[in-house]
Design a protein around this ligand. Structure first.
Ligand code: PLP
Length: 415
């Protein structure tokens, strides 16, 4: 008896091998320095925890409305209006789900149908390297990914021309993720406006095109860059869905809280569609998390700023140390807590353990084996990723210094 083709199509992650090896080394007592984390190393702020505890103690343990209660959706709608400038967002445009990942999964399901016989599949324009879950989510919905390639030299950003060339009659979604996981860079407001204008100009050519703007890392920004929500552009507001969540901004990855909203009639329709889907699966986020969502959004600005400054300092530190290592090409990190150096200058060399380095995966596994440093090989992030490794700086300064020293020694040992 086998599982469905749908499940069979999901490939096991290439990163898993490195993580398993790191866990094995650790269990043998080896001092492994891990730069693989995809989550802040801070604890959830106490005020947020207390809001959930109080709710639980008050007996708020029953079902709640599928998209979340009105009070919480209002807080989210007001946040998107006030901070992000997205027009026409009301509580009815907002749906809370079990993480940004869940929001994205459901949005793809709500927008994309598998192709009917003889029809071309819906295309999703995805800038790569990109977060690992977009491709499987798109393909599970029946869409095909059209990769828009970027590299370290272009700060991992697409150009308006590149986007213009990629848009066609079957274009259904453009996914944007600024700041980016895994690239650690973000677009300037001007660059995003230019991309938005291309989308606006393409209405006749691609009437069904929708922008999904994944803004999970909106609060983790530095280098003087300002966060800009493309959904605030009036010309494309009704074709844009802004996705966000509490995981990265408030160190709440384990809580599993995400949300999205669009504008106007389209925004209402997508919220209704996703709610319909969610009502048949998870129903809602836990009822006693709702006050915690409100507390996070309304009361934690100072804590978020403190954490942002810590990440900014670490970004400087890691970048300064990395750029001293020969052959690593890396744009300066401007957002999220990752750097994504291109290590391909070292392909064709041999590590001291005898391993030939032909790929990011080889680089990562030889680094782990010889210097006990865990990084994420870029293969899972799409084209371009196979030349890069992801280094997360969601860890302390001392670890960053020790890890980059080991990385430098590893690179120096390649021959
Ligand atoms: N989008 C990006 C770019 C991410 O990196 C992640 C998590 O790593 C998510 C979405 C989903 O986050 P969550 O489901 O924890 O909200």
């Amino acid at each position: 008896m086998d599982w469905s083709e749908r499940i069979g199509s999901l490939k096991p992650s290439a990163t898993l091998a490195v993580n398993q090896k790191a866990a094995q080394l650790r269990s043998e007592g080896v001092d492994v320095l891990s730069f693989a984390a995809g989550e802040p190393d801070f604890d959830t702020p106490e005020v947020i925890k207390q809001a959930a505890i109080r709710s639980l103690e008050a007996g708020e343990t029953k079902y709640c409305p599928v998209p979340g209660d009105l009070a919480t959706r209002r807080v989210v709608a007001e946040k998107l209006t006030r901070e992000n400038g997205i027009p026409g967002v009301t509580p009815d445009h907002v749906v809370l789900s079990s993480g940004g990942k869940h929001s994205l999964y459901q949005i793809f399901q709500a927008l994309i149908d598998p192709p009917a016989a003889g029809e071309m599949a819906w295309e999703v324009l995805l800038q790569v390297p990109a977060w690992v879950s977009y491709r499987p989510q798109i393909e599970l919905a029946g869409g095909v990914v059209v990769e828009l390639e970027t590299d370290a030299r272009s700060d991992f950003k697409i150009s308006p021309d590149q986007l213009r060339r990629a848009i066609g009659a079957r274009s259904r979604v453009l996914v944007l993720n600024s700041p980016s996981n895994p690239c650690g860079t973000m677009y300037t407001p001007g660059e995003l406006r230019a991309l938005g204008e291309v989308v606006a100009e393409s209405v006749e050519q691609a009437p069904d095109l929708v922008v999904i703007s994944d803004e999970l890392y909106e609060k983790v920004i530095f280098g003087g860059f300002e966060h800009f929500s493309i959904g605030s552009m009036p010309e494309i507001a009704e074709r844009t869905i802004t996705v966000n969540g509490l995981s990265k901004a408030y160190a709440m990855t384990g809580w599993r809280i995400g949300y999205f909203a669009g504008s106007g009639e389209f925004g209402l329709k997508i919220a209704k569609g996703v709610s319909r889907l969610q009502s048949q699966s998870t129903t809602s986020i836990p009822t006693f998390f709702l006050p915690a969502v409100r507390t996070a959004i309304l009361e934690c600005e100072a804590i978020v700023e403190e954490q942002r400054l810590v990440f900014a300092r670490r970004a400087e530190l890691v970048y300064g140390l990395l750029t001293r290592i020969p052959g690593l090409v890396c744009p300066k990190p401007t957002g999220a807590f990752y750097v994504f150096p291109d290590v391909s200058a070292h392909f064709g060399k041999r590590a001291p353990n005898g391993q030939k380095i032909e790929s990011a995966m080889d680089f990562a596994s030889a680094l782990l084996e010889t210097e006990h440093v865990a990084v994420v090989p870029g293969e899972d992030f799409g084209t371009g990723g196979e030349r890069c490794v992801r280094i997360s700086f969601a860890c302390g300064d001392e670890q960053i210094k020790a890890g980059m020293e080991r990385l430098a020694r590893f690179v120096g040992s390649l021959s």
